[in-house]
Design a protein around this ligand. Structure first.
Ligand SMILES: Nc1ncnc2c1ncn2[C@@H]1O[C@H](COP(=O)(O)OP(=O)(O)O)[C@@H](O)[C@H]1O
Ligand SMILES: [Mg+2]
Length: 361
């Protein structure tokens, strides 16, 4: 897909800007703090309804402003899609989501129109951080890929919240009813995560070998969940909840279920987090993102938008060249602080970003 227009209003440091990136790679150059990542964040917000780096929407509203708006237009095989998000400083006003000029009733309606994969230095957290980082990676991918996943996850998380609230209130009478609801909601989440992980593993393994450049290093990604091999996740979830009931009542929270899922990452069957070098971990994180890119491309019949945030400077020239070869078919926004960083990327356009302004080099 190709983005033809990105509009920002009172978003982060930007008062008002519009970009019309050409096909291929657009490079955004600028000093640290100039506002490069903010532009990628705006694209991410349009694709997924949330930032890739904060869960506090209000942070994105320009200082001293009441509201911020972002809008993205993409051309796809089936025509033009326009999506937008509006954020409000007033905590009582919910964020608004627009699809093709109309206000959407549900957040989920935004998903899948414009899709993106973002690469950033923080991706190392996919390997190094706790399970939450890996769950978020899966959720971001699957929500864009299939709207039913987003709705299933929403249903699950809201049932979980209610069950946890009852536990905290010490009200255990309604537990069996909530167990049923939670179990029913868990099943599609588990099934779709399991399917995605199998496909991600295949693709990530290939990317790892190619980017790492070593035949003897085999990367593995596996869905790690108490329900990962379950033939009937709803039934097994119910059993798990019942088995953990006492623990739940003692700890006042739900201890069993896909909200605790993880991805197991290995290199030649050893845990990557414990044994991998910095370079191996970086290659693994990169391979996972490339695998996510492949899945979106395969399912949508066209590549998603690529957002590359300061990633080239961290790679040696060989890996850099291999990465660029892998993603050359997509439209990309690539940020860097130094012109030298994008040697080999053959940009279609170079833009300089300077405190709230963007101009052609
Ligand atoms: N809500 C906001 N209002 C005004 N400026 C902001 C806001 N949020 C961030 N900024 C500014 O954005 C800049 C950081 O932008 P960023 O895109 O992360 O920089 P970089 O070019 O290094 O990627 C900082 O200078 C900060 O002052
Ligand atoms: Mg940045």
């Amino acid at each position: 897909m190709r983005m033809t227009a990105l509009r920002l209003r009172n978003f982060r440091g930007y008062q008002q800007v519009m970009l019309s990136p050409p096909e291929g790679v657009t490079v955004l150059v600028g000093e640290n703090g100039a506002g490069k990542t903010n532009l990628l964040e705006a694209v991410h917000l349009c694709c997924l309804g949330r930032s890739h780096r904060t869960s506090n929407d209000r942070e994105m509203i320009r200082k001293d402003q009441e509201t911020a708006a972002v809008q993205l237009t993409v051309e796809r095989k089936d025509g033009t899609h326009e999506v937008g998000v509006r954020l409000f400083e007033n905590a009582r006003r919910r964020k608004l989501v627009y699809v093709n000029g109309k206000t959407a009733a549900r957040m989920g309606e935004l998903m899948g129109h414009a899709t993106c994969v973002i690469f950033s230095p923080e991706d190392l957290g996919l390997v190094k951080d706790g399970p939450q980082a890996r769950r978020r990676f899966l959720d971001m991918l699957l929500s864009q890929e299939q709207r039913p996943y987003f709705y299933a996850l929403q249903t699950y998380m809201s049932a979980l919240k209610q069950r946890n609230a009852l536990l905290k209130q010490g009200d255990f009478r309604q537990m069996p009813a909530w167990d049923e609801q939670l179990a029913a909601a868990a099943a599609p989440v588990v099934r779709l995560r399991r399917q995605a992980c199998q496909r991600l593993n295949e693709r990530a393994q290939i990317h790892y070998r190619y980017i790492g450049g070593r035949e003897d290093e085999v990367f593995g990604l596996k869905y790690h969940s108490p329900l990962s091999d379950s033939e009937d996740p709803a039934e097994d979830m119910l059993k798990g909840l019942r088995a953990c009931r006492e623990e739940d009542q003692r700890r006042l929270t739900t201890c069993f279920g896909p909200h605790r899922d993880d991805l197991e990452l290995t290199l030649c069957s050893e845990a990557l987090k414990a044994f991998g070098s910095q370079g191996q971990m970086r290659t693994a994180a990169l391979s996972m993102k490339l695998a996510a890119f492949d899945l979106l491309e395969a399912d949508q019949g066209e590549p998603p938008l690529l957002l590359l945030d300061d990633v080239l400077s961290e790679l040696d020239p060989d890996r850099r060249r291999r990465l660029i070869a892998r993603i050359g078919r997509a439209q990309a926004l690539l940020t860097c602080t130094d012109q030298a960083d994008f040697i080999g990327a053959r940009p279609a356009c170079v833009l300089r970003v300077e405190n709230g302004n963007i101009h052609q080099e």
